[in-house]
Design a protein around this ligand. Sequence first.
Ligand code: NAD
Length: 485
Amino acid sequence: MPDIVLNWIGGEEFPALSGKYLEKLNPASGKILCRLARSEGEDIVRAVDVAKKAQPLWGEMPPVQRGMLLNDLAMGMKERREDIAGIVAIETGKSYKEAVGETDGAIALGLFYAGEGQRLYGRTTTSGVTNKYAMTVRQPIGVAGLIIAANTPIANVAWKIFPAMICGNAVILKAAEDTPATAWIVGAIAKEIGLPHGVLNIMQGLGEECGAPLVAHPDVGVVSFTGSTRVGRMIAEETGKRLARVSLELGGKNPLVVCDDADLDNAAKWVLLSAFSNAGQRCASASRVIIFEDIYEKFREQLISETDKLKVGSTDEDDFGPVINKSQLDNMLAVVDRAKKEGAIVLIGGDRMTDTDHIDGFYMAPTLIENVDMKDEISTTELFGPIACLYRARDFKQALDMANDSPYGLTACIHAKSIHRAIEFTQKVQTGVVVVNAGTYGSEPHMPFGGFKQSGNGTREPGTEALDIYSALKDIYVNIDPSKL
Ligand code: NAD
């Protein structure tokens, strides 16, 4: 873990031109962990210039060769797996065990896209005209501006940089200010394995100061963003002005429905994992648990009793750690307080943890709440913390209506033994991901993740679908023998 985290531009480390730094705190202890370059517009201009110069050679390199270099990068990450996981753990406060799992997922994703260098397919087809044939090819867009959240930092880095680079773009990644070193170490590995300089540039700084100028830069041809719906909307407006391509992976308020025929032990296990793992800091976390009336009381007591057993802390024996920073903690406490004033009942948790083991870190107790309406602030606002609300549903129809009664549409889950209920739910729920008898979260490198409604703008990452974001399709017609036309 470096004391000072700088920008990677053209394979070299640079402080911000202003010489300014930000402080990054350890979420488990509240103490300063490192300082990071506080980059601004002038730093972005410099990075875009470097990326623009590096891109043509990278874009002209056969995708198979680009794939080999990205394979080297993924293998470099594998060699440094413990170092990466150590940084992820200390920057986020999650356990080392969990950080290793996340790092392995990021490596798997890198290997998937490295392989795509051999499969960067277009189409060949027939033409309606004699002696002519038609095909499509994928071409790079140019410079890609990538902006990420801090919740699963190494996964977020990999989800953006690998698909953008395999398509032949030079990349400028704006790291999350809460996890600067996780992005930084990938830049260091890229240098070690000999990735051409300027293809992967990594910038540190705040969203408004460093992210916004990247989004607004006229030479950034594609912007891909993972973060809140609030910021996503601003990015859509800005990129819309110059009609730049944009991919938005945004927030969620994900329903998990527990039917009266569900295996309640399995359902309780998955409610807890979906609501609380990673301290609820998942776009796909379950924050709305919709329970059939007939089993509501029984299941509620089971959830309270299981939640009571959870261990909160940063070791491998704990179930989840702190949230990423104090402002996020304060924000969720304020929403819970307002809900209580409106009549919400806190069944367990509801507070910051202030015992001696937790007082210095940003720990929110696992929280279950009831007696709230689907239209209330707490039901419609993404809290991004270990908080879930419980709701009663009369029957399947009402549960489905409640699940769909949300401004978001990212993920959903149903617990039921009836195959009919399960299938009908997967067909009718308005989300981009739906799961039967497990959790609301979970994604795989080859599968397209993304949401309906305010959870995104309709794009999907990763999978081969992400190639559509980072490449431009070109139709090519070949007139084979003009004399025959
Ligand atoms: P955020 O939107 O505040 O910040 C995300 C990133 O955007 C950070 O790097 C930040 O510096 C940058 N940013 C902030 N303001 C900006 C601006 N004006 N211009 C450009 N960049 C700016 O989100 P957060 O609170 O850090 O992260 C949590 C959010 O991310 C949640 O809403 C969560 O659901 C979402 N998320 C979505 C997915 C997904 O795949 N859909 C995955 C992970 C997280």
